[in-house]
Design a protein around this ligand. Structure first.
Ligand code: FAD
Ligand code: SF4
Length: 342
C-alpha cells in the first residue's frame, strides 16, 4: 500500500473542509473518506485507489446512524451499518425490498462493518479494474482503453454502457433505493443539499473514471424513501452464482400497488445489468392499468431490456434479466404485505 496521510473529522464542517481535494467521485481522487473501509482499504491494498489523504468519518456515526420510519417515509443515516437496517422491524415490515437488498449482500461480518453511504459508493468488480497490472482500463487509467470489451466480460453491463466502459455496478441496496424513488441528503463546503438518488451515479459518457456527481468535500448524510402505498408490497430478488456471499449477476427490486388484479402503480429497479442501479420507467408504464398476468409481466420485461447491448460472454444477461423481473413481479403480486401503504 502507498503511504498516505490519515486524518479524523470530528464534525461535518471539518469533514467537508478536510475532504476538499481533486477528483471527488473519481477513481483517481486524491482524498477519500473512510467509513467502514471494506471497499476503500481493499482497493488501496490492490493499488487501484491511491489517495494521498484518508479522512476518517467514523466519529460522525453518532449523528448519522439513525433509522426513522414514519408518515413522511423512511430516513436512514448514511453511517448506519448495513446489518442494523437489514434487521430493523420497521424496515422489514414497511420496506421489505430495502431489508432484503441488505440481507442478501456480502457476508454477516461485512454487513456489521460496512455503512450505507459506503455501500452505494462501492466500486465495480470488473477484474481488469481491480488488477492494476492491466494497462487498459479507462476507469482506473483514463484514456487507456477497455480490456473487458474484447476480454472476459461475463458479468459486465448490458444497459447504459458505451465503448469506453462496460463495467457493471455491483451493489444491491442501491437497486432497492432507485426503485423506491429515494432521495439523498448531502453536506459539503457549500452547505447541505438534497438530490434524487437517481442522479448520484454518472454515466460513462467517454469518461468512466468520473463515477458520481458528488462535489469536492461532499458527504452523504442520509437516504430518504418517500411514503407510498407500494412500499409494503415490495421485494428484492437476487440471482447469483452461489447462494451466499456473492454479488448479483442479475437482480430486480419491484414495488406494487394493486387495485384488485390491476396494477395501479409499480416501481422497477434492475441490478447487475448496467453501470448504475437501473430504473425502468418504460417497463413500469407498460404495466400500469393492466392485470398483472405472466404475459403482461413478460411484455414489461421485454421493454426493460430493449436497448441491451452484449459483448460475447455476457450474451446470456438480457434473457436472465427478463426472467428475474418476471419472477419478481409475480412474487410481489402474491405476497401478503405486513404493512400496506408504508
Ligand atoms: P468504505 O470502504 O469506507 O468507502 C467506500 C467509498 O465510499 C470510499 O470511496 C469512501 O470515500 C466513500 N464514502 C463512504 N461513506 C461515504 C459518505 N457517507 N459520503 C461520501 N463518501 C463516502 N455489496 C453488495 O451490495 N452486495 C454484495 O453481495 C457484496 N458482497 C461483497 C463481498 C466482499 C468480499 C466484499 C469485500 C464486499 C462486498 N460488498 C457487497 C460491498 C460492501 O457492501 C461494501 O464494501 C460496503 O458496503 C462499503 O461500505 P464501507 O462503509 O465499508 O465503505
Ligand atoms: Fe475498466 Fe470499465 Fe473496461 Fe472494466 S469495463 S476494464 S472498469 S474501462
Amino acid at each position: 500500500m502507498r503511504p498516505f496521510t490519515f486524518e479524523r473529522a470530528d464534525d461535518l464542517a471539518q469533514a467537508a473542509r478536510l475532504g476538499l481535494g481533486a477528483g471527488q467521485g473519481q477513481t483517481n481522487a486524491t482524498v477519500q473518506f473512510l467509513a467502514g473501509g471494506t471497499t476503500l482499504v481493499d482497493l488501496m491494498k490492490l493499488d487501484v485507489l491511491r489517495p494521498e489523504r484518508v479522512i476518517d468519518i467514523g466519529s460522525l456515526r453518532g449523528a448519522y446512524d439513525s433509522i426513522d420510519a414514519g408518515p413522511s417515509g423512511l430516513k436512514l443515516g448514511a453511517l448506519t451499518k448495513m446489518s442494523a437496517v437489514a434487521d430493523h422491524p420497521a424496515v422489514l415490515d414497511g420496506y421489505p425490498a430495502i431489508a432484503q437488498s441488505l440481507q442478501l449482500a456480502a457476508s454477516a461480518q461485512l454487513r456489521n462493518m460496512a455503512t450505507l453511504g459506503g455501500n452505494v459508493l462501492q466500486k465495480t468488480r470488473c477484474t481488469y479494474y481491480r488488477d492494476s497490472t492491466w494497462e487498459a482500463c479507462n476507469k482506473r487509467n483514463p484514456g487507456s482503453g477497455c480490456a473487458a470489451i474484447k476480454g472476459f466480460n461475463r458479468n459486465h453491463a448490458v444497459l447504459g454502457v458505451d465503448e469506453t466502459c462496460i463495467s457493471q455496478y455491483p451493489g444491491d441496496f442501491a437497486v432497492a433505493l432507485i426503485a423506491l424513488d429515494a432521495q439523498l441528503e448531502l453536506s459539503g463546503p457549500q452547505g447541505p443539499r438534497r438530490m434524487a438518488f437517481a442522479a448520484l451515479h454518472a454515466p460513462p459518457s467517454g469518461q468512466p473514471h468520473i463515477e458520481t456527481t458528488l462535489q469536492s468535500g461532499e458527504i452523504i448524510t442520509a437516504f430518504v424513501v418517500p411514503p407510498g402505498p407500494w412500499n409494503g408490497r415490495s421485494l428484492y430478488l437476487k440471482v447469483r452464482d452461489r447462494a451466499s456471499y456473492e454479488f448479483a449477476i442479475s437482480s430486480a427490486a419491484v414495488a406494487l400497488e394493486l387495485e384488485g388484479e390491476r396494477v395501479r402503480n409499480v416501481r422497477i429497479g434492475l441490478g447487475g445489468m448496467a453501470y448504475r442501479p437501473w430504473r425502468s420507467e418504460q417497463a413500469e408504464q407498460t404495466l400500469i392499468g393492466k392485470p398483472l398476468t405472466e404475459a403482461n409481466a413478460e411484455a414489461a420485461a421485454a421493454v426493460a431490456l430493449t436497448s441491451a447491448k452484449t459483448h460475447g460472454y455476457n450474451n446470456y444477461k438480457p434473457e436472465l434479466a427478463r426472467r428475474t423481473l418476471v419472477r419478481a413481479l409475480l412474487q410481489a403480486k402474491s405476497m401478503v404485505p405486513k404493512r400496506e401503504g408504508a
